[in-house]
Design a protein around this ligand. Structure first.
Ligand code: ADP
Ligand code: MG
Length: 711
């Protein structure tokens, strides 16, 4: 682009005759003087022309700009001018204010025709100039009033900007010391920033500071490289690294600037898509660096120039967008970044001559980075404040939450307590309700078995009562006959006795009084038997229920069993064969009525189980009693239908029954269980479906204290 811009200027000046170089007059007291517009220029596209060939060339054209910007390319650019000394000094210097030029060759031709050659570019390992400076210097020895012709050849694979300035040795010294002071200030300032932030990092361990420290370090090195200070100090021997350093460090700095920004203003959070874009930039930068360091140095350089610019704009856009969302740190960053960009813009504007070339415009890049550094340090310092405020706020919040939590817990406790009382109350009520229902159920079961019993008992008592009632009529008839005969006998007097006796005897024979008298014995025997049996049944009933005995008493369990069997007789008689193997057992301390109920329930189940068997087996129940270790064991074994494991597992559950409605309530064994528990006894069950069941009731013979009777 640059050569194109130069084209009209070249055309404009093309009429100037080639011949002697133009004069550059050195006067004293002016300082270093920029001479870009006083020299002539020749472009050697092949870069093959030698000094001798160029020296006599007529192709030199006057330069149009103060700071010739010759673009990027493989061409060699030749400059020439004649320096005329009008000072009283004879030592002068030509300074090339761009440390980044790879190849600089200078030929100084004295008035006597001697030619001095200097090779002083960045790509030269050993400079031929005795006094090295951070910028390339060509020493000029011109006697007062005399002159020298200067030819220079520049090659570079970077942007070739050639600020040429000339002056006396003192001018150079003055310029160099001013510049060195500036550089010193800059590097010192950056060092302070770096150390400050490093210190902050060490005390806060906040990684932003570390990234920032790295960033400052890289920025400083990059600037030092650009200024030429780096080669001068760090790698004076390696021309390869010297020429590539600015490119490498620029790329690394761009990456670190991006990374710092990404972390610092939380790009990933606010602009996740834009955050990913930077990886594309990095990848392209990597391509650029590889191209630059291999076979395409110029294309690589141009790509990198473009990418670094895109990266700078990208950072601006990202920071702008995030700061628009109200992020304070992003605003700080944006301002800092704008300062840096301003430095670059001024620097570029100077190169295209829209701004004058001077010590300020020449160093706007480091100045920009210094201001950027200040701004970012302020931002980071502000971050500390923000962090502290955040911490205070979060502490306050935590305190508030914990107070709130306490309050809630207190409230909850109150509610909980209320609930507990409520629930306890409800529980108590339902418990009482349950107890009531249980009592009712137990009563119901009692009533049910009572119903069964009464039917049996009614039938049982009916028989003996029949004995009595059926004999009443014959008794009455016999007695009235006897009484009739008796009356007749009593009416006899001694006078009429003999006469009436015969008739009386006849009457007596007719009535069959002798038979009646004989019958009386039988009748009375029957009546007596009937009333005896009735009395026995009634006694058995009373014994069974033991209504009169609520306390723990010595009881004969055999008697209890017999009474129970007597009551159950109507249910099993003629159907089930019951055997009673009474062992020798002592009386047992128990609630006899309750224990009889146990026998009754277990025996009823056994009878029902044998009756339910339909395969023709003779139904049989065997009762046996034994004593063992202070306990008595009453075993009631049947050969009934038996139980499956599921039924066996649930047999003691209240309401669990396998019998049809009306026959079973499911409460019998539940009641048994409760009673045995009250007696501190045990029940052992063995059963096999289809074979039969054996239930053993084990009771302690004596025990110190029994639980009080249940309802
Ligand atoms: P119910 O006799 O009213 O059904 P129980 O509590 O007395 O209630 O018995 C519960 C269940 O246990 C019975 O339905 C029956 O299935 C089973 N069971 C109890 N004793 C025997 C037994 N001797 N033989 C077979 N099953 C029995
Ligand atoms: Mg039962």
């Amino acid at each position: 682009m640059r050569p194109l811009l130069l084209l009209p200027a070249l055309l404009l000046f093309s009429f100037v005759q080639a011949g002697d170089p133009p004069d550059v007059i050195i006067r004293s007291g002016n300082g270093m003087k920029v001479i870009g517009q006083q020299v002539e220029l020749l472009v050697d596209g092949s870069a093959r022309l030698s000094f001798e060939e160029v020296r006599h060339s007529t192709e030199f054209k006057p330069s149009a700009s103060a700071i010739p910007n010759l673009g990027i390319g493989n061409a060699a650019h030749w400059f020439r001018f004649r320096a005329v000394n009008q000072t009283t000094n004879d030592r002068h210097a030509l300074s090339i204010g761009n440390a980044e030029i790879a190849g600089i060759d200078a030929w100084v031709i004295g008035s006597d025709g001697t030619v001095e050659h200097h090779a002083i570019g960045q790509g030269v390992d050993q400079r031929t100039v005795a006094e090295p400076d951070i910028e390339p210097i060509v020493p000029l020895h011109i006697p007062t009033g005399g002159s020298v012709d200067v030819y220079m050849r520049f090659t570079s694979d970077k942007q070739l900007v050639v600020p040429l300035a000339i002056g006396t040795k003192d001018d150079l010294r003055g310029y160099a010391s001013g510049r060195d002071l500036l550089i010193g200030c800059y590097l010192g300032f950056m060092a302070v920033l770096l150390l400050y932030n490093l210190f902050v990092f060490l005390s806060t361990r906040d990684r932003y500071y570390l990234i920032y420290v790295a960033y400052i370090l890289l920025v400083s090195i990059t600037q030092a490289v650009f200024i030429g200070f780096a080669k001068f100090r760090f790698w004076p021997e390696s021309s390869w690294f010297a020429t590539q350093a600015s490119v490498i460090f620029t790329v690394i700095t761009a990456v670190s600037a991006n990374e710092f920004m990404t972390a610092f203003i939380q790009v990933r959070k606010y602009e996740p898509r834009l955050a990913r874009f930077r990886f594309l930039l990095y990848a392209l930068m990597a391509v650029g660096v590889v191209a630059r360091l291999t076979h395409y140095p110029i294309e690589g350089y141009q790509l990198l120039q473009l990418l670094v610019m895109v990266s700078a704009v990208y950072q601006f856009v990202v920071a702008f967008r995030i700061s628009r969302r109200g992020s304070r740190v992003a605003r700080y960053f944006l301002v800092a970044w704008c300062m840096f960009l301003a430095g670059i813009v001024i620097f570029v504007l100077k190169d295209v001559e829209l701004l004058p070339y001077n010590d300020f415009t020449k160093y706007t890049m480091p100045i920009g980075t210094a201001f950027e550094g200040i701004m970012l340090s302020l931002a980071l310092a502000d971050r500390i404040n923000v962090l502290r405020r955040e911490k205070e706020r979060s502490q306050a919040e935590a305190l508030a939450t914990s107070l709130e939590n306490q309050r809630i817990i207190r409230e909850q406790n109150v509610i909980l307590e209320e609930k507990v009382t409520e629930r306890t109350h409800a529980l108590r009520e339902s418990n009482e309700h349950l107890k009531r229902t249980q009592t009712q159920l137990v009563n119901a079961e009692k009533m049910a078995s009572l119903g069964q019993l009464t039917a049996g008992i009614a039938h049982e008592i009916n028989n003996p009562i029949n004995f009595i009632t059926s004999n009443i009529q014959p008794l009455r008839r016999n007695i009235s006959e006897i009484v009739e005969v008796m009356q007749e006998y009593r009416a006899l007097t001694p006078e009429t006795a003999a006469e009436k006796l015969k008739a009386l005897k006849e009457h007596e024979r007719k009535l069959g009084i002798s038979d009646s008298i004989d019958e009386l014995d039988d009748i009375i025997g029957s009546i007596s038997e009937g009333s005896n049996r009735t009395a026995e049944i009634v006694r058995g009933l009373r014994n069974f229920s033991r209504l009169d005995e609520d306390d723990l008493k010595e009881a004969d369990l055999h008697e209890g069993l017999r009474n129970t069997l007597a009551l159950l007789a109507p249910q099993y008689r003629d159907k089930v064969n019951i055997r009673f193997n009474a062992g020798a057992i002592p009386t047992v301390e128990c609630f006899a009525g309750k224990v009889n109920q146990v026998f009754m329930n277990v025996l009823t189940n056994a009878i029902q189980a044998t009756a339910a068997r339909t395969d023709g087996t003779t139904p049989e129940v065997v009762i046996s009693t034994i004593t063992e270790d202070g306990e008595v064991c009453i075993t009631i074994a049947d050969n009934g239908i038996g139980m499956s494991d599921e039924v066996k597992a649930r047999m003691f559950e209240p309401f669990f029954t396998t019998k049809p409605v009306g026959e079973g309530t499911g409460l019998g064994l539940a009641i048994v269980y409760g009673i045995i528990e009250d007696h501190h006894g045990r029940i052992e069950v063995t059963s096999e479906a289809g074979k039969g069941t054996s239930i053993s009731i084990i009771l302690p013979i004596r025990h110190a204290a029994l639980k009080q009777q249940r309802a």
